[in-house]
Design a protein around this ligand. Sequence first.
Ligand code: ADP
Length: 191
Amino acid sequence: MINLVLFGPPGAGKGTQAKKLVDNYHLVHLSTGDIFRYNIKHQTELGAIAKSYMDDGNLVPDDVTIKMLETEVNKHPDAKGFIFDGFPRTENQAKALDHFLESKDMDITLMLSLQVPDDELTERLQKRAETDGRADDADSEIIANRIAVYKRETEPVAEYYRAQDKFEAIRGTGPIDEVGNRLRAAIDKYL
Ligand code: ADP
């Protein structure tokens, strides 16, 4: 079983690359951002909670996010492995994930961290606002808050995996296919 954490700031290309990795390694892709957006679209109770945080570019509280993630993992008992995209985003979530996976005799194989300079991130998110219509991409103050929240709460999560020797930094700039090649090369070293 391979369980990957795809990591990086907003706009790093996690969603794009996760879709390619799913095809290559036959994994289940769980994007917490996508699951929240699905719930918002379908006007669920979870969606209403998530929206109140996402609209400002803040994190949805850990207890809500962790519970949702565990429910999603449990929906796929026969999975060959998972790609966690946008999770864990706090050290608390990382610890909860380890604990949960351990209870199922699973563990994280590797965290892949996509590295992209700040100015390119902002540029990519502004461009995405024009094509995807995500409310949290349309406002430069919300984008700045998401990047600040990332630096403050999420970036330290990398250390958590580095300490376990499960961390690879990958350059996230250049053509999409080349980034994909770099990710696959890093994963294949661990298989
Ligand atoms: P991006 O990586 O571009 O910010 P995502 O789709 O991953 O986009 O996330 C969008 C928003 O969803 C985040 O700004 C946050 O409000 C919420 N979110 C997603 N994943 C998590 C998580 N693991 N914990 C808390 N909030 C989350």
